[in-house]
Design a protein around this ligand. Structure first.
Ligand code: MC0
Length: 141
């Protein structure tokens, strides 16, 4: 079902301050930035590795408001790893399989993610305390 680790999402207070730190520390390049209003974040994607099944990234997440998932996370826990995201070829099939398995889906159907991807979150409670995202990349990504 899973094809790669698509990204590790890291909650930060400021993209402007944190992007240069990651670029310098690991010689990474910020290849994409966008605002996702529905998810309440500004995000930056730093490419780690390009593979046959798609890229792997560090994703830096800055909340656009305090009453958002990342805003609440920062207030409660401070900056740190917010979620892990796995690539899948067919997110509808993956969600159907997880539903049969009894997992608690935050998104029962896919929503809009980075660069036109289709994404869905699975609640951390059933997965060892790790908020988990599935990503079906848009064609050509
Ligand atoms: C909350 N909890 C977490 C967590 N956030 N545990 C692990 N990792 C996280 N990131 C835990 C809390 O500690 C608490 O546990 C319980 O979940 C409820 O916390 P809450 O603060 O009351 O939060 P809720 O219930 O309002 O929301 C939690 C939930 C939410 C996971 C449903 O954060 C959510 O819908 N997340 C999915 C969307 C999202 O995260 N979007 C931002 C990234 P206790 O034990 O105290 O009960 S968007 C993104 O990444 C996109 C752009 C992309 O990749 O393309």
């Amino acid at each position: 079902m899973l094809t790669r680790i698509d990204h590790v999402g890291i909650a930060v207070a400021s993209l402007t301050e944190t992007i240069p730190i990651y670029e310098q520390a690991f010689n990474l390049k910020c290849v994409h930035q966008e605002t996702n209003e529905r998810q309440g974040v500004r995000e930056a994607m730093l490419l780690v590795h390009s593979g046959d099944t798609g890229g792997s990234y560090v994703q830096l997440l800055e909340p656009i408001r305090d009453d958002t998932p990342v805003g609440k996370f920062l207030a409660k826990r401070g900056p740190g790893i917010h979620h892990i995201a796995y690539g899948v070829d067919d997110i509808d099939a993956a969600l159907a399989s997880l539903t049969v398995g009894g997992f608690d889906l935050v998104n029962k159907t896919p929503v809009h993610g980075t660069s036109g991807s289709r994404i869905a979150f699975i609640h951390p409670k059933g997965l060892g305390g790790v908020l988990t995202e599935l990503v079906e990349a848009a064609a050509g990504h």
